[in-house]
Design a protein around this ligand. Sequence first.
Ligand code: NDP
Length: 242
Amino acid sequence: MSEVNPEPAGRSVLVTGGNRGIGRAIAEAFVAQGDRVAVTTRSGGAPEGTLDVRCDITDPAAVDAAFAEIEAAHGPVEVLVANAGITADTLLLRMSEDDWASVIDTNLTGSFRLAKRAAKGMLRLRRGRIVFISSVVGLLGSAGQVNYAASKAGLVGMARSLARELGSRSITTNVVAPGFVETDMTAVLTEEQKATIKAQVPLGRYASPDEVASAVTWLAGDGAAYVTGAVIPVDGGLGMGH
Ligand code: NDP
């Protein structure tokens, strides 16, 4: 049997979109376990104990510059959590080219840019962990979210292809698919919409951002060394395992 080296302590971790919501909880969880965490956002406000890096993930040059800054401070990124994402919800016939393109560019192409840049260092290290934050709606579908659901489904195909490309170098690539989580993104829903959603969730409630973070730190830890190409739902049973 080939030897599996344990993950080192104090890894260089990058969490995109870590100034609020799910990304913030993920960044704080890695800080709590002693990793060196960089957080990239457009507007700043990264949590205490992290490296606060400005980076719009729709700009390839900005992604490259952010990695250079992180590598100088923390060394090559050993764990990438591609969490930053947006919505631009509307029904198909009202959805503009821009609604479509901006969501795909941020959620899907942004994650591609991050994974491509992170993989350079990971291939050299011959190890690494990549986690994409998708959504239950990627596989379940969602009326009014054609752009968003397509972007989140795309992450699954991308992760599984990367799992095959990078697996021989001990780099795992996985997807976490949260259901409904209490954050700014879901704060825009009406009380009626929230009640309708909760009625469909077997556990009958929203997730907390910490519940998503614990799946991410597990995937990045020793306990998940043999897990790659997986989609881990954190959705209260809404997607029934998908
Ligand atoms: P929020 O809206 O609370 O936060 C989104 C984060 O993404 C912010 O930190 C924002 O920072 C960052 N961001 C957005 N666009 C860009 C960009 N172009 N470049 C860099 N950073 C960007 O979202 P949540 O915490 O709710 O969601 C986090 C992830 O989880 C998203 O991918 C979302 O799709 C997914 N998700 C959320 C669910 C939920 O119920 N909340 C359910 C399922 C999945 P800034 O604006 O400063 O750039």
